[in-house]
Design a protein around this ligand. Structure first.
Ligand code: PLP
Length: 239
């Protein structure tokens, strides 16, 4: 990709993050831009690195692991996609933050592998607040689902080699991003409840907002936005 275009895109994204933060009485320093580089080759990530990007989001374990050796060691890699349990051992030690812990069974597997490796893994719990069938994440569309999620969160938080840091969600794609606001609000309210009921743990991070809806997500409290298309352009459609 043309490095000049990359620079322009990145500057515009930073501007929009800053404006959304200021609009909602926050400061841009509270928000981490995770540049989502799935499908893009290491050269594109290297160009983003030159422009100051340090947080990289990938949604497939193998793809991330194959790119890592080719890039500077001070990049922080974020795992943002669904992880199959048999791949948990490859995740341990390879990511700065795992955003996509979407079941207690996956959490237990990560914990087991992390203990074996003698490391701790920072994780977010992925929630599906709308009950969309096609999405991963703990379902929290009804009061009963919220209760079971809180119980599950307590179980995950108690695993010795995982350190929970907050929540992640993916809103459905809609033409008017304003429509996603209730989803992000719901995630923030879930965090309030976790803070009340599980105060011994950290629930500070809210990973929410993508190209289509990151400004609304920031207005609703996002601490991490995961942005691909607005920085790197359209991805080739999946085959
Ligand atoms: C691809 C992806 C993103 C980035 O999507 P864009 O619309 O390109 O910004 C964010 N989060 C997850 C989980 C993704 O898979």
């Amino acid at each position: 990709m043309d490095p000049r275009l990359l620079r322009i895109n990145l500057e515009r994204v930073y501007e929009r993050i800053t404006e959304a933060a200021i609009r909602s009485g926050r400061t841009p320093a509270e928000i981490t831009l995770v540049a989502v580089t799935k499908t893009h080759p290491p050269g594109v990530i290297a160009a983003a690195y030159e422009l100051g990007i340090r947080d990289i989001g990938e949604n497939r374990v193998e793809e991330a692991l194959s790119k890592q050796p080719e890039l500077p060691p001070d990049l922080r890699w974020h795992m943002i996609g669904h992880i199959q349990r048999r791949k948990a051992r490859n995740v341990v030690g390879a990511f700065h933050l795992v955003h996509s812990v979407d079941s207690v069974r996956l959490a237990e597997e990560l914990d087991k592998r992390a203990r074996a490796a003698g490391v701790t893994v920072d994780v977010l719990l992925e929630v599906n607040v709308t009950g969309e069938e096609s999405k991963y994440g703990f379902r929290t569309a009804t009061a009963a689902e919220v209760d079971s999620f809180v119980a599950a969160a307590a179980g995950v938080a108690a695993l010795p080699a995982l350190r929970v840091q907050g929540l992640m969600t993916m809103a459905p794609f809609v033409d008017d991003p304003e429509e996603t606001r209730p989803i992000f609000e719901a995630v923030r309210r879930l965090r309030e409840r976790l803070r009340r009921e599980l105060p011994a743990h950290q629930w500070d991070y809210l990973s929410m907002g993508m190209t289509n809806d990151f400004e609304v997500a920031i207005e609703e409290g996002a601490t991490h936005v995961r942005i691909g298309t607005a920085i790197f352009g359209e991805r080739p459609p999946p085959v």
